[in-house]
Ligand binder design. Structure first.
Ligand code: HH2
Length: 313
């Protein structure tokens, strides 16, 4: 008896298994299993881990731990967008924070794909020169149009995240009024995709992200997660950043971001079931374990009528 390998699997699993890959600089990231992106904030003021990894030695140690815990990508950020009182950081400060860390991770941890969370062309240029593979722009190419040309020239991977407003307001509710949040996020991400392709970025280098918590109330973030398959219509793999976010705290009634690990894992698994491929997380070991177990269960092919154990294997 022959049964096509994907028969009986859900559309989101079939999409994830359809041989898709994210082409980043110098390598392909195969999307045939959940991809874990570990967060490394080298900032004094990030909402959940601000100040912990500002020292380059501490940051490198954290990257080593995340690699050992199963991270595929590490995302280094030098500018916080936290909900209360985030301020734009001058490029010189951001560079001083991220460059030494990026340089050392690129040298000593080649197994990690290296992403840098920045909205500035000058920072992107510098870190790509140090060996970064991916630029993660939470403005979705809204702020600095030169980013698209720089990413195109470097052939790096790009994360286009949905947000509204500027650095000081993008994680607040100031711009959080929507008719249909999913339709509007989808349309605004489509504009970011146009800017990227206008700047020459190849489509297969781009992933999109609904930007949970960015100009979104908790109800918006939850609805986006529930209706994630509608964003798959943009034709690009989906990255989701639910980790320790305010909506997880509100749903679980946990104030301290560090106490939201289990709730975050619940959101990651729900996002995987809805078709997300890449998960930006603080707690790598917990995410890796949960996503791998969920994925193993999701990819068991249902038994065809009359099919025996021998025929299945
Ligand atoms: N969330 C944050 C920062 N960067 N990038 C992507 N692609 N998706 C996200 O959801 C996302 C992101 C905010 O979280 P964090 O880095 O922990 O905090 P802060 O902005 O305070 O540094």
């Amino acid at each position: 008896m022959t049964v096509p390998p994907a028969a009986g699997l859900s559309p989101s699993v079939q999409r994830l298994l359809s041989g898709s890959r994210w082409r980043v600089r110098g390598r392909d990231i195969l999307l045939d299993r959940p991809i874990v992106m570990g967060i490394l904030n080298v900032t004094p003021d990030s909402f959940s881990d601000g100040g912990r990894y500002l020292d380059p030695g501490a940051a490198i140690g954290r990257a080593e731990t995340m690699l050992a815990e199963g991270a595929d990508i590490v995302d280094v950020g030098g500018e916080s967008t936290r909900p209360q009182g985030a301020r734009a950081v001058p490029a010189s400060d951001e560079l001083a924070r991220v460059v030494p860390v990026v340089r050392e991770i690129a040298r000593s941890m080649p197994a990690l794909a290296l992403s840098v969370d920045t909205m500035k062309a000058a920072v992107a240029e510098a870190v790509l020169g140090e060996g970064a593979h991916i630029i993660n722009d939470v403005s979705g190419f809204r702020f600095d149009r030169r980013l698209a040309q720089i990413c195109s020239a470097a052939g790096c991977g790009v994360v286009l995240m949905h947000s509204r407003g500027d650095v000081s307001t993008m994680a607040t509710y100031e711009h959080a009024s929507y008719g249909d949040v999913v339709a509007e996020v989808r349309a605004e991400l489509a504009r970011s995709l146009q800017v990227a392709s206008g700047g020459g970025v190849a489509t297969d280098r781009i992933v999109v992200d609904p930007g949970l918590g960015f100009a979104k109330r908790s109800t918006h973030s939850v609805e986006l997660l529930a209706r994630l398959p509608e964003l798959a219509g943009l034709g690009r793999p989906l990255l989701v950043g639910a980790s320790r976010k305010r909506f997880v705290g509100e749903l679980s009634k946990v104030n301290d971001p560090a106490g939201r690990v289990a709730g975050s894992v619940g959101a990651h698994v729900a996002a995987l079931l809805a078709g997300a491929s890449i998960f930006r997380v603080h707690d790598v070991a917990a995410a890796r374990q949960a996503l791998d177990v969920a994925w193993a269960i999701m990819t068991v092919r249902p038994r065809a009528t009359g099919e025996t154990e021998d025929e299945r294997t």
